[in-house]
Design a protein around this ligand. Structure first.
Ligand code: ATP
Ligand code: MG
Length: 419
């Protein structure tokens, strides 16, 4: 039986890998512009990190984690997201004593055992940002603007940032009490998962994807109506800064986000595809996360972008740039002496930054040209014993099939002037 890639995973072929490189380089560029630096961390962590960091009552921890015992009997989990790991890294390396705030970014694969419909994968990728050490709404506005401008730099000009505030533990107490009472009135109509949520984390019901629960949630009390003075001031200030930064946003009082650690600001960036809103970025403030996993109290805020979804969106909108031509030049050879010369020529061309391949299979000239054509090369360099003696080569323009004789020492400059 043929072995296939596991369900929910995806190979990235050369036809597509350049798109990944493109979005990655754009993301690195914007991070640099906003003063963010990259961190890299393990693909797996001790399970406890996510149980405490993501939260026991979340979908991720309850049903989506890839967890197993390693040979030493330790419970290990493949990272389902990045924030908990970056928070762990922050504590482990004593980042609290570095200048604040700390601005960090990452590009990772993440693993969730999910149904694989609708563009969902079991291994997927995220671009993420975390800012630690600032409580100020200026920081909320900065990271939202970073993300917004990243999408704009990719040509997405129709995006909207949906923002909300879910308050802090102080204002949430009163809110959750009222929310519970509201949902209790509809207990029989809630889905089985939400029935459980009602007890453990009723706010999660607002995030349920079941139609019935969505309908009931429509008239539920909103966190924004219960904000304490501090949270209210924070939210108002954020809106003011977003206006100043020219970010297009909308208050959506029903965003609660899927993770337990959020406080105050939560947001999603969406684009509209075929009349449906598609979330490509989710984030929020998590002022209690570092403490929750054993560090000293440090505020933080971050977001994650789903890379597969982003690429899908770019392709639906015709925003994928043309694939760069690789290789640009094919060096054809006739005979052993010419093969040796081909190494020399190829290395000079590569030194000059021209992407070059040489014939490796000793085929006939006709087959070599067919191959160069299939590769899409701009030029082929043809060398035989005759040409070597004269210090020249034939340069064939693969688009027009015209050929000219060029001196080997001026070949690189000549090709550069033509491509
Ligand atoms: P959803 O409510 O759609 O399940 P989420 O709250 O689980 O989203 P986050 O944890 O915030 O998502 O992850 C950030 C982004 O990562 C999402 O906006 C989405 O684009 C992407 N993402 C999340 N899960 C998957 C998956 N299984 N496959 C592909 N992309 C994903
Ligand atoms: Mg999810």
């Amino acid at each position: 039986m043929k072995i296939q890639a596991p369900k929910g995973t995806k190979d990235v072929l050369p036809e597509e890998s350049y798109i990944w490189q493109y979005v990655e380089s754009k993301f690195r560029q914007i991070c640099k512009l906003y003063g963010y630096q990259e961190v890299r961390f393990p693909t797996f962590e001790y399970t406890e990190l996510f149980q405490r960091g993501v939260g026991e009552t979340t979908d991720i921890v309850q049903k989506e984690m890839y967890t197993f015992l390693d040979k030493g009997g330790r419970s290990i989990t493949l990272r389902p997201e990045g924030t908990a790991s970056v928070a762990r890294l922050f504590i482990e390396h004593g980042f609290a004593s570095r200048p604040m705030p700390q601005r960090l970014y990452y590009i990772i694969s993440a693993f969730r055992y999910e149904n694989t419909q609708g563009g969902r994968y079991r291994e997927f990728h995220q671009f993420g940002i975390e800012n630690f050490g600032s409580k100020s709404p200026v920081t909320d506005a900065e990271i939202i603007s970073l993300s917004y401008n990243f999408f704009v730099s990719l040509g997405l000009d129709n995006i909207v940032v949906n923002i909300n505030s879910i308050g802090c533990p102080v204002c949430r107490k009163d809110y959750v009490k009222n929310l519970k009472e509201y949902f209790l009135g509809y207990y029989d109509k809630l889905c089985p998962t939400c029935k459980q949520r009602l007890d453990k984390n009723p706010m999660r019901i607002l995030d349920c994807k079941e139609d019935n629960c969505k309908l009931i949630a429509q008239d539920a009390p909103k966190p924004i109506e219960y904000l304490c003075d501090e949270c209210k001031t924070h939210f108002e200030a954020l809106k003011g800064y977003l206006d100043a930064a020219g970010v297009c946003y909308r208050v959506d009082p029903y965003i609660v986000r899927g993770l337990d650690y959020y406080t105050k600001t939560v947001f999603e960036i969406v684009d509209v595809v075929l009349d449906k809103e598609l979330a490509i970025c989710g984030g929020g403030r998590y002022d209690n996360l570092i403490e929750q996993i054993g560090g000293s109290s440090t505020p933080g805020i971050g977001f994650a972008i789903g890379v597969e979804r982003l690429i899908m969106l770019l392709s639906q909108k015709g925003l994928i740039p043309q694939k760069p031509q690789v290789p640009q030049v094919f060096v054809a050879t006739l005979g052993d002496l010419a093969t040796k010369k081909a190494f020399e020529i190829a290395s000079t061309l590569r030194f000059e930054g021209i992407s070059t391949v040489i014939e490796e299979l000793s085929r006939s000239l006709k087959s070599q040209m067919k191959y160069a054509d299939k590769l899409g090369c701009d030029f082929s360099v043809i060398i035989g014993d005759d040409e070597i003696e004269k210090g020249v080569c034939k340069l064939r323009n693969m688009k027009t099939s015209s050929e000219e004789v060029v001196r080997i020492e001026s070949l690189a400059q000549y090709i550069k002037s033509k491509i």
